[in-house]
Design a protein around this ligand. Sequence first.
Ligand SMILES: *Cc1c(COP(=O)(O)O)cnc(C)c1O
Length: 360
Amino acid sequence: MSRAYNFSAGPAAMPESVLRRAQSELLEWGTARASVMEISHRGKDFIALAQKSERDLRTLLNIPQNYKVLFLQGGATQHFAQIPMNFARREQSADYVITGHWGEKAAKEAKPLTQVRIAANGADGNFTAIPARASWQLDAKAAYVHYTPNETIHGVEFQDIPDVVGVPLVADMSSDILSRPVDVSKFGIIYAGAQKNIGASGLVVMIVREDLLERCPKDIPKIFNYAEHAANESMLNTPNTFGWYLASLVFEWLIAEGGLAAIGARNRAKADLLYGYIDNSGFYKNPVEKSARSWMNVPFVLPREDLDAIFLKGAEAAGLMALKGHRAVGGMRASLYNAMPLEGVRALVDFMRDFARTNG
Ligand SMILES: *Cc1c(COP(=O)(O)O)cnc(C)c1O
């Protein structure tokens, strides 16, 4: 076996024990006498999986009873459009707080459907900080406030849930869901593509406060209507059954690891180790203000761009893969999602230290 420590931003590393379990039961799942991907989503076996996965997610996130959990498709990007379609009227405004690439994209996708107001924008500071809450221009009558708790490309993460004074808060948690405990009751809607911290791409998990579903308009196609998905237990049509199954294994793994308090402590230790090394290295730099640094995605640059290719080649040889930064930011990016063990971050820091010594 030559599996590397995988720092990919997404699709990202999965817990190895989850992959092994999926491998071991790929041909025959439970008592189904077939693979989980070969059976009806409406049969009792799959329904049991669907219900168990929802219960586990509710346990992990302590989701209040007045929230629905949906297992959807289309990637987070489809929901950039579908959220305004369902929760804002055309003539109503929706507020967007932009702290990086994904928030920007969410606002752009909403534009044809509602009056997008940019309540705050970190673009002026090249997305290296979160605009102070006092500077946000919120509209008390907005349909919702949308933000991105963790910006995957810029490595900017909110450390607290912003208070948006009674307007439903909508969070694209694609890259930080399940990375630490979070108070779900503070949100109107949480949604996340699965391929960073939940499992395989093609699945989207949404947690939505029930009263908001009353807003879903009757005059849009059913397949885009969240209230219809909720009323049909996320089985309006054939769901991504294999993706849902992998998510269920990841939820079980998280519970076995001690839940989100334990995972959060581990994620914090991983991030502290890497940022601590970068800041003291005198070689690498992370441009993000300390109070806004992401635990999940750590961008960093080398002193000279011509070292990038040499760094990446050496990292590959040392069993450290997918460290190339996003083209919008350049340099490197290490993604430290739940499935990345502390030993992987230690191996990265060891490599970085050696590289700095040889090339400094
Ligand atoms: C990866 C990512 C997306 C895009 O997800 P798709 O599944 O490709 O649509 C959106 N938002 C955030 C925060 C992401 O990290």
